[in-house]
Design a protein around this ligand. Structure first.
Ligand SMILES: [Zn+2]
Length: 159
């Protein structure tokens, strides 16, 4: 049985202090926005579509027009909880392989709520809040685990 993700709405995202960025594949542009904005109140972050409004000119014969590329969402921890590359601190990157537009939680730490309770719940994985399928979970930051971002912190030669 899959464990539910503890956040579903933009309000949930704002309540844990996470930041959200939308990325357009078409125009290669990333835009941060406030998950607590009034127009997002009560809405699920997996159900709202963002379209890039950047005006672009492809060729001189065509008039400029908005990009309208669909935004992929990146949910990122607040700066004070963020674990930087090279630092030890078990955290997972979570994303759904099925849902479009793509969304991802860049860091769900092992030791911080609401993730801590989610990781400690019995289950075979974490359920996507949109499609219900199991999320892809990529762990990093464990000391001594090769290819983990935290590996170098405890295993670099001492001078
Ligand atoms: Zn999904």
């Amino acid at each position: 049985m899959l464990t539910p993700l503890p956040i579903r709405t933009f309000d949930d995202v704002a309540s844990i202090g996470y930041r959200i960025k939308a990325y357009s594949d078409v125009y290669k542009k990333t835009v941060p926005f406030d998950p607590a904005h009034a127009c997002l109140k009560g809405k699920r972050f997996t159900h709202v579509r963002f379209a890039c409004s950047t005006v672009r000119t492809l060729w001189t014969a065509h008039p400029p027009k908005p990009c309208t590329g669909i935004g992929n969402l990146s949910l990122e921890p607040p700066k004070d909880l963020e674990i930087l590359p090279g630092e030890v601190g078990p955290r997972a990157r979570l994303f759904c392989r099925n849902c479009w537009p793509y969304w991802a939680i860049t860091q769900a730490r092992r030791d911080v709520e609401p993730w801590k309770s989610m990781w400690n719940a019995n289950g075979t994985g974490i359920a996507c809040p949109r499609c219900g399928d199991g999320l892809k979970i990529e762990w990093s930051g464990f000391p001594g685990v090769p290819f983990s971002k935290g590996y170098e912190a405890n295993n670099s030669p001492t001078l």
